[in-house]
Ligand binder design. Structure first.
Ligand code: ATP
Ligand code: MG
Length: 366
């Protein structure tokens, strides 16, 4: 899919703009606070009906304006399509249109313009705590596999209930009798999650290793390892076997769970590690290696989505260029040859051989 043209009216700091894009790389340059991220936000919102930065829809309406309009002309699913959003200040609900017809919800537009966003916070995902990496994996897997999404919701529901039982037990000891039932269900659903994750991370590693090798000029060998509950000997094993192994681990930690009133074991603690040339990235990786590995993971996620849907999601890279050394900048600007890419950057003088450069000044395209 490909965003051919974007029109904005009273969106953030844009009063009125109509921008035509390249089907390849679009480099968006401008000083700080000129509207570069706002432009990416408009594109992502058009595709998903969700903003990655606004708490409330009304924040996106230009100060003092009666409404904001985002309209995009997209070539997707082998035809031209027009998506249009009207946003209002205050609490008046937004209006959504596809090819001129009013739609009730953004989910009716799904698949027309999927996007993958990469922002500066994502650069550090491999250095941060495991919850950030789980979030990354879960978000990607939920998009790829609706059944995983359902299982994950179910898992967290049971986990919440179990936590409550563990806490209530101090006041009402009899309640502990229902724990085994919850533990069994938790392990059954947990086993399913592990099964999905093992396959996802296997595909992700293959693809990310390819990107990372290109990124580093063939110098760095990228390995990703999925980490789950220690009693699981093979995460690709049948779900029944995984369930047994999860139950085994739970039993070993039953006492500790009762004492601390916390759910201590299960795939809600999963993680993954990355090693470059056999050296653990989290402990030893340089800034540049950490950042490039994170971009390789995002590019891999996009490739898995493209394989699944037959069309490449639009890639939005906000502010990541200046954090990379020249060789790696060249890779981002000139070597991501598949699909449409939007890259924002503050430094003038950058250019891409694969598309066009768009300069933004105070909400205007120059
Ligand atoms: P940087 O390089 O610092 O990331 P940027 O070009 O990405 O800058 P944006 O975040 O796109 O900048 O734009 C920020 C500007 O948009 C700010 O000056 C902000 O005040 C303005 N802005 C945000 N929301 C609105 C709004 N609803 N109405 C008018 N202006 C707004
Ligand atoms: Mg910005």
């Amino acid at each position: 899919m490909n965003l051919e043209k974007l029109e904005l009216r009273s969106f953030r700091n844009y009063e009125e703009a109509a921008i035509e894009f390249d089907p390849g790389v679009n480099l968006i340059v401008g000083d700080n606070a000129q509207g570069k991220t706002n432009l990416l936000e408009a594109i992502a919102y058009l595709g998903s009906g969700k903003s990655f930065r606004a708490q409330k829809t009304s924040e996106m309406v230009r100060f003092g304006a009666d409404f904001a309009e985002i309209q995009g002309q997209i070539f997707a699913q082998e035809r031209n399509q027009i998506l249009r959003y009207l946003l209002f200040p205050g609490s008046r609900p937004r209006q959504i249109f596809r090819n001129g017809a009013r739609k009730k919800s953004a989910s009716e537009l799904s698949g027309v313009l999927p996007t993958v966003l990469f922002c500066p916070e994502d650069l550090l995902i491999l250095k941060m705590g495991s919850s950030q990496r789980r979030r990354f994996g879960d978000l990607a897997l939920c998009q790829l596999r609706p059944n995983y999404d359902a299982a994950l919701t179910e898992y967290h529901r049971i986990l919440d209930q179990k936590s409550r039982i563990l806490k209530d037990r101090f006041e009402n000891p009899a309640i502990a009798a229902i724990l085994p039932e919850y533990n069994l269900r938790l392990c059954q659903v947990g086993a399913l999650l592990i099964s999905y994750r093992a396959r996802f991370y296997e595909g992700l590693e293959k693809s990310a290793a390819k990107f990372h090798s290109q990124f580093s000029g063939g110098v760095e060998n990228f390995r990703l390892e999925y980490k789950t509950v220690s009693t699981v000997t093979d995460p690709f094993a049948p779900v029944a076997k995984l369930t047994e192994q999860l139950l085994d681990h739970l039993q070993r930690h039953e006492r500790a769970e009762l004492e601390t009133a916390q759910c201590l074991t299960g795939p809600h603690k999963d993680d993954f590690t990355v090693a470059l040339n056999g050296i653990d990235l989290k402990a030893y990786g340089s800034q540049g290696q950490t950042r490039t590995s994170a971009i390789s993971l995002k590019l891999a996620q996009r490739e898995l989505m493209a394989r699944e849907w037959g069309e490449e999601p639009v890639l939005l890279l906000d502010d990541v260029l200046s954090e990379l050394d020249p060789g790696r900048q060249d890779f981002v600007l000139n070597q991501i040859v598949s699909g449409q890419v939007f890259i924002t950057c503050c430094e003038p003088g950058r250019f891409t051989k694969l598309g066009k450069t768009i300069e933004i000044k105070q909400g205007n395209v120059i």
